[in-house]
Design a protein around this ligand. Sequence first.
Ligand code: NAP
Length: 307
Amino acid sequence: MHNVVIIGSGCAGNTAAVYTARAGLQPLVIKGLEIGGQLSLTTEVENFPGFPEGINGPDLVENIKRQAERFGAIYLDGEVAEADLSNRPFRLKIENEWLETRTLIVASGAKARWLNLPNEQKLIGHGVSSCATCDGFFYRDKQIMVIGGGDSAMEEANFLTRFGRNVALVHRRDTFRASKIMLDRAKANPKIEFIMNTAVEDVFDCEKNIVTGVRLKNLITGETQDRDVDGLFVAIGHIPNTQVFKGQLNLDPDGYLLSTGGARTNIHGVFHAGDVQDRIYRQAITAAGAGCMAAIEAERLLEAEGH
Ligand code: NAP
């Protein structure tokens, strides 16, 4: 019987592990499929407080893990295949074995949706990004392209005009999912060029290990053209990792966990942390803060129950 099981080993899960481990609760962290979460896909992180020279994303998340292990956190490979939250202790199935826990912290994150271009995954962190706040700074005076037609794409395109020489916004249709206010703001920004009815076919240049351009296809005429680009920001949505909790934890229509205040979910003893509940901020530091909140809630509940 575990006191605390934490699902996810990104910034949120690892921070929850530091706090619960330091409280002597010996948390078990289920690493999940994307070990280290979104930070493991980034290179330089310059906005995490405490690192004046910046820190490599995978190093940051590994450091938090080592910090948690120093206080007794245990990390387990694998992902949760099934969850039974109908009664406490909660039951989780991992690699064909069921385990039991008094409290659960869900820090399973949200996957960025990608375009699935032949070279896209190889160039993540080398010009391909899913986070303008994280990476925009590296594109000062560069040519930037943003993909998508929702609020995220509009917001990222606007934000990126602070840095880039120009920002091309590429969308596969000629109507938008974005709210009127966000679209109007982007349209009024003279640094944003709209390229409609267009898909990205691929991104170059894997041999140089850096983005130098893209191939675009006009979906009406079928014409293709190559275009120089230094940064490709994919803003086509996220998929929260909550499938195993459907029907048990309250989710919004897109699958994000719904909070009932603080780090609490609709089930007593189950807490949320990080991007699995946060569709707005999605930063390493906000995920870490949320991990801390969830840990404190779990710790207080267990203490009140005499564990
Ligand atoms: P979204 O609203 O689902 O929009 C995703 C966009 O990406 C759509 O325009 C979609 O095109 C496009 N897309 C999806 N798959 C694609 C593919 N394979 N290739 C090319 N394009 C693709 O996602 P979001 O913009 O991330 O927003 C998610 C939610 O967060 C929304 O509720 C949004 O309002 C909210 N949000 C709010 C703010 C804010 O208010 N400040 C900021 C960001 C997000 P189609 O339109 O053709 O399907």
